[in-house]
Design a protein around this ligand. Structure first.
Ligand SMILES: C[S@@+](CC[C@H](N)C(=O)[O-])C[C@H]1O[C@@H](n2cnc3c(N)ncnc32)[C@H](O)[C@@H]1O
Length: 248
């Protein structure tokens, strides 16, 4: 994602009207369960890479001391308002180095912005470097190649005096490469009743389950692909990847 998307820059203050903490309660509980099940000791600290609006963190912070990192200062500012107890640090998941380790490292849907194998490998390396031996990394892409499906969705929320609605249109112009596209149209209604419209093209990465497991293993993790459990109708059956960092 070299050119900033509007959603994560100018429109960041609207992000919680697109997707908000309540939408994430079930998912965050599932991720916490996976961390507890795979970590070889009781985990207390959690680093999130690409934490965005901090929606997952809003739930996970009750159980972990969290550091939240993101490429976008505007998204971090939004998350800071929601999660003032958490440390917030600007950085690219491919290159950030904090010089310390955490019991667990989490990359949610932000991992989808790794559009080449090299980028994905670098993000996995960042997770490894920041993970304590015996700890875990948890990565949750929207799709692997085997589960990819073109679809259209819509949603949004009402805020205080303003509201947002979106249309999401996911398609793949070239099934032979490692990317697909998410076209996002946003309608923003402000306090005066005026409505503005914006479009972003989200380019996202697509790798097979075997590639994911191989990259995690090459990095030194013991990799697992775990079925994602969620009641949402838009659950495509994409696995969540868990890497356990060996001790010694
Ligand atoms: C959909 S949002 C994440 C929302 C998040 N799951 C939540 O719970 O609120 C995706 C985020 O990925 C971030 N991002 C994209 N590329 C990144 C990179 N290379 N390093 C760090 N963050 C990145 C964007 O700035 C954006 O905030």
């Amino acid at each position: 994602m070299e050119k900033p998307l509007k959603l994560y820059s100018d429109l960041a203050p609207w992000f919680h009207l697109l997707t908000q903490p309540d939408d994430y309660a079930e998912e965050a509980a599932f991720y916490r369960g996976l961390i507890l099940a795979h970590c070889t000791f009781p985990p207390r600290t959690l680093l999130e890479l690409g934490s965005g609006g901090g929606n997952n963190a809003a739930h996970l912070k009750a159980h972990f001391t969290m550091a939240l990192t993101d490429l976008s200062p505007q998204m971090l500012a939004l998350s800071q308002g929601l999660n003032p107890e958490c440390e917030h640090i600007t950085g690219d998941m491919r290159t950030i180095r904090l010089g310390r380790q955490f019991d667990a490292v989490f990359i949610h849907d932000a991992i989808c912005y790794m559009i080449s194998r090299e980028d994905l490998q670098r993000a996995i390396e960042t997770a490894y470097v920041h993970c304590r031996p015996g700890g875990v990394a948890l990565l949750a892409p929207d799709f692997v190649r085997e589960t990819f499906k073109e679809y259209t969705d819509h949603g949004g929320h009402d805020g205080e005096g303003r509201a947002l609605r979106y249309l999401e249109w996911v398609w793949d112009p070239d099934p032979s490469d490692s990317t697909y596209l998410g076209e996002m149209a946003y309608l923003l209604r402000d306090e005066t009743g005026q409505v503005r419209m914006f479009h972003d093209r989200h380019e996202e990465g697509l790798f097979s389950q075997a590639e994911w497991l191989r990259l995690l293993e090459q990095q030194g993790f013991q990799p697992h692909a775990v079925p994602f459990e969620h009641s949402d109708a838009l659950n495509f059956g994409t696995p969540v990847f868990v890497g356990v960092k060996p001790v010694g």
